[in-house]
Design a protein around this ligand. Structure first.
Ligand code: NDP
Ligand code: 8X3
Length: 265
């Protein structure tokens, strides 16, 4: 908690799932003094989350909900400038916003799905990083701050019916690993958190809102909860300055790869 005290944390995709849980976990970990900038397209959900955090941990955690579509390059470029002055000194960026659309295989993958996945998961994450990094680089010792990128098992192990999503997460992985090398002379920590199966709105989005198809993904399984990943994210941000959790892969107990899943009958 002491290591987070007074810090400003920016989370993308905080309206649901892992991002939402991560906001709550940061708030619970540093209830005395923290600033949380919560972003997503659904502003109502962000305001509800702000109210929930206030009710749960009190006024020591200040929350600023901001509507932001990370796939909108102009919005991302103008983002920092649009923040009230006292919110601009960001210490931790959690690049979590992301999505999967469909299970189609080539040559039937929808052009719109391809574009949305890359614009959000890849270009959006890169643009966010470039928007925030100058803030980190102004600090002493060549710069300081944490960039926590949410990739996936899908970025390590591509699977049929997921080619575009997997490619997008592999791109996140490559960008993350390059960035860590580019920033080696600074004290900026570049962190990758790669979840396996987590039950969130992820599969509902994948199946365009079809909840029964989404539920079937988790049949006979005990998926991770978004809180499980939130704990890992906050763990990485609360290590001593000299410790970088560069890479992590988190499975539920029944999962051993993107496609090897032990299901109860
Ligand atoms: P959810 O669908 O529950 O949450 C996704 C979040 O991303 C929402 O808050 C959504 O907010 C936001 N988002 C989507 N598109 C945009 C956009 N264009 N601009 C801003 N925000 C956006 O899924 P998860 O919590 O599971 O997903 C979070 C991250 O975790 C993603 O990067 C995902 O790829 C990754 N992941 C998920 C796994 C899983 O099994 N669930 C496993 C491995 C990785 P809104 O719609 O309001 O904009
Ligand atoms: C989500 C995990 O394997 O369903 O990133 O694509 S997977």
């Amino acid at each position: 908690a002491k290591r987070l005290s007074g810090k400003t944390i920016l989370i993308t995709g905080a309206s649901s799932g892992i991002g939402r849980s991560t906001a709550l976990e940061f708030a619970r970990t540093s209830p005395q003094s923290l600033r949380l900038i919560l972003t997503a397209r659904r502003e109502d959900a962000l305001r509800e989350l702000r109210d929930q955090i206030r009710a749960e941990v009190g006024g020591g955690v200040e929350v600023l909900p901001v509507k932001l579509d990370v796939s909108d390059a102009d919005a991302v470029r103008g983002f920092v400038g649009s923040l009230p002055e006292e919110w601009r000194d960001i210490n931790v960026l959690v690049n979590n916003a992301g999505l999967v659309r469909g299970v189609d295989r080539a040559p039937d993958i929808k052009e719109d799905d391809i574009n949305v996945m890359f614009a959000t998961n890849v270009t959006g994450l890169i643009n966010m990083t470039q928007a925030i990094l100058p803030i980190f680089l102004k600090r002493p010792n060549g710069g300081q701050g944490d960039i926590i990128n949410i990739s996936s098992i899908a970025g390590r192990e591509p699977y049929p019916g997921g080619s575009i999503y997997c490619a997008s997460k592999a791109a996140v992985k490559s960008f993350t690993d390059s960035l860590r090398k580019e920033l080696i002379a600074s004290r900026v920590r570049v962190i990758s958190v790669d979840p396996g199966q987590v039950e969130t709105e992820f599969s509902v989005v994948r199946f365009y809102g079809d909840k029964s198809k989404a539920n079937a993904v988790y049949a006979g399984c005990t998926p991770l909860t978004p809180d499980d990943i939130a704990e890992v994210i906050v763990f990485t941000a609360t290590r001593p300055e000299n410790v970088v959790v560069a890479d992590s892969l988190i499975f539920p107990n029944h999962q051993a790869s993107a496609t090897i899943m032990h299901r109860k009958a």
